[in-house]
Design a protein around this ligand. Structure first.
Ligand code: NOJ
Ligand code: MG
Length: 599
């Protein structure tokens, strides 16, 4: 997984800068965009997206596993924190090898999560509260327990080519070996032999996650049917899983798949990054499929009315590829290809310079008139607070909520939840289980999947079971909704005030932007709009106290008095007080949001 997600291609990145740059000063540290963007925005452009990991949000029946009724019972919480659209990780029938990303029936709800009626109730209540529900669409693969795969195994009519089958090849000793050296995301060969068909099948993820064959029009149609089926149930769109690996290179004139070259980045021969994966991910055909799905969304709205149905695309790819997901001058693509730069680029270290690099890489490559978005965590990454450093929790939440475009919160980020401590015995993630006791911690994604923390009580209020499916993360006694809602100051309260500011501020919704890394540690972002308040975000990502003059080092037009609107948890400055941008002292990890409006 890690390997797949992190593969980057510097050459393509550079090419992308050249191809997509539309800013006049892409090479300078000071970036600004002045185009007036005051036009009306559609709901998703300013949405407050929130990712729910259903297995870990709220258990309603005491089995230690979250479920749909649990989610329904907590929708008011989402409303309270200002969420406008929630995307749910997969809730479909699944043997749970990859916790729902291995779907056995795309039209059914997993019984431990509930029933179709429970789902309808969830949608009805969410609608009543003004929250849109988005489902996870997993088009690349099905579970090996899926009926389609069972039929394909038996070569039943219509299903023969539903998956990517191949006889393999013979080695020098005449022994049959897999068709190519390709590796799966969770370690080892991407090919699995099946006696029944006397063939290998392709799986880019676990052995039980069988790659569907997108060169078969029946598969393409089936997957569109699934989209329409769930749209009929009232969902507002889809987060689309693992898009980069949808297509692989075709067989050559001899009917063989080419081997991938060795990358030279690791000696671990089972790790997917051992190979250059250029032939098995980010293929041009994949982009076209995204455009086709967008057509499904738009057609649906045309026929049935209602609000825009959105596509959010999971793609960890170089910008030249990712940006094509948006569409081009003649065709629309995804509304939002997820922007993971604040995750991937900041792996080098968290500083104002890496933050600037991450923001630049998106804003300078994004085609004109598209909407940006910012993601700092999800169920595949370590917890944001643990990854960036706990003292930077608010600085990061404040950043994603003041940058232009949509923002996405992974459940618990608003509380500052930290990584769970998961032993080898407790780890259940296939990415870890396919490794061994000594190295599993490099792969396990379980630390960010622990139960959501509602209270300081038993199982953090998540479940009444004696054992939850994953153990609770540390510090749930203090990092939880109850405690944080009743404290005078907390991560949650900061998050809520950010969301309120975003909702009420035309500047944050429609305004222009300008940002700069001041030295190593200080990052400053200005949002501005004619006739409206100017908003400044300034954060110290370093370990030392720093004093800065924003007027001379960043923007001479800043007023000499600004009001402190929001500050990070440990800040000692008084909210509502006057701040002179000519001299601001920020402690390590401290972040502030200032407004030009004086009370
Ligand atoms: C990406 C998902 O986010 C991850 O959890 C999953 O393991 C893979 N895709 C395979 O579906
Ligand atoms: Mg349950």
């Amino acid at each position: 997984m890690k390997s797949l997600l992190h593969s980057r291609n510097i050459f393509l990145s550079l090419l992308a800068v050249v191809l997509y740059a539309h800013s006049s000063c892409w090479a300078c540290t000071l970036t600004s965009k002045n185009a007036a963007q005051a036009e009306e925005k559609d709901w998703w452009q300013t949405a407050q997206f929130y990712q729910i990991y259903p297995r870990s949000f709220q258990d309603s029946d005491g089995d230690g596993i979250g479920d749909l009724k649990g989610i329904t019972s907590r929708l008011e919480y989402l409303k309270d924190i200002g969420v406008t659209a929630a995307w749910l990780s997969p809730i479909f029938k699944s043997p749970m090898v990859d916790f729902g990303y291995d779907i056995a029936d795309f039209y059914e709800i997993q019984s431990e999560y509930g029933t179709m009626d429970d789902f309808r109730e969830l949608i009805a209540k969410a609608n009543a509260l003004g929250i849109k529900i988005i489902l996870d669409f997993v088009p690349n693969h099905s579970s090996d327990e899926c009926e389609w795969f069972q039929k394909s195994l038996r070569r039943e009519r219509g299903y023969e080519d539903y998956y990517v089958w191949h006889y393999g090849k013979l080695d020098a000793d005449g022994k049959r070996i897999p068709p190519s050296n390709w590796l799966q995301a969770f370690r080892g060969s991407a090919w699995e032999w099946r006696e029944e068909r006397q063939q290998y099948y392709l799986h880019q993820f676990a052995v039980q996650q069988v790659d569907l064959n997108y060169r078969n029009p029946a598969v393409v149609e089936q997957m569109k049917r699934i989209l329409r089926y769930w749209l009929d149930q009232g969902v507002a769109g889809f987060r689309v899983d693992a898009v980069p690996v949808l297509f692989e290179v075709e067989t050559d004139e001899n009917g063989q798949y080419p081997d991938l070259e060795v990358s030279g980045t690791t000696d671990d021969k089972d790790d997917r990054t051992y190979l250059k994966n250029n032939l098995v991910e980010n293929r041009p055909e994949t982009i076209d499929m995204v455009y086709q799905w967008r057509q499904v969304m738009d057609d649906y709205q045309r026929i049935h009315g209602g609000d825009t149905r959105v596509l959010l695309i999971e793609t960890y790819a170089p910008p030249a590829y990712t940006m094509q997901m948006y569409g081009n001058r003649s065709v629309e693509g995804a509304h939002l290809p997820f922007n993971f730069n604040l995750i991937t680029v900041l792996k080098q270290g968290v500083s104002a310079t890496t933050v600037q690099e991450a923001v630049d890489e998106w804003m300078k490559n994004m085609p004109a008139k598209r909407t940006a978005n910012w993601v700092i965590g999800n169920h595949d990454q370590r917890r944001a607070a643990s990854r960036y450093g706990v003292q930077r929790t608010d600085a990061m939440n404040m950043l994603v909520l003041t940058l232009p475009g949509a923002s996405v919160t992974y459940q618990g980020e608003e509380l500052g939840m930290i990584d769970g401590e998961i032993s080898w015995e407790d780890t259940v993630d296939p990415a870890a289980c396919n490794s061994n006791k000594d190295i599993y911690e490099n792969f396990t994604r379980d630390p960010s999947r622990t139960p959501f923390q509602w209270t300081a009580g038993t199982n953090a209020g998540f479940s009444t079971a004696s054992k939850t499916w994953l153990p609770l993360a540390p510090q749930y006694q203090t990092l939880n909704v109850d405690v944080e809602n009743s404290s005078a100051r907390s991560h949650l309260k900061i998050y809520k005030s950010l969301v309120e500011l975003r909702k009420s501020s035309k500047t944050l919704q429609n305004g222009s932007y300008k940002y700069k890394a001041l030295a190593e540690d200080l990052f400053v972002l200005k949002r501005f709009l004619n006739g409206d308040d100017t908003i400044i975000y300034v954060a110290n990502f370093g370990d030392k106290t720093v004093t800065v003059d924003l007027q001379s080092e960043f923007d001479a037009t800043l007023p000499s008095t600004m009001t402190l609107k929001i500050s990070s948890l440990d800040s000692t400055k008084t909210l509502g007080s006057d701040i002179n941008p000519k001299s601001i002292t920020l402690a390590a990890g401290e972040a502030l949001i200032l407004s030009s409006r004086t009370k």
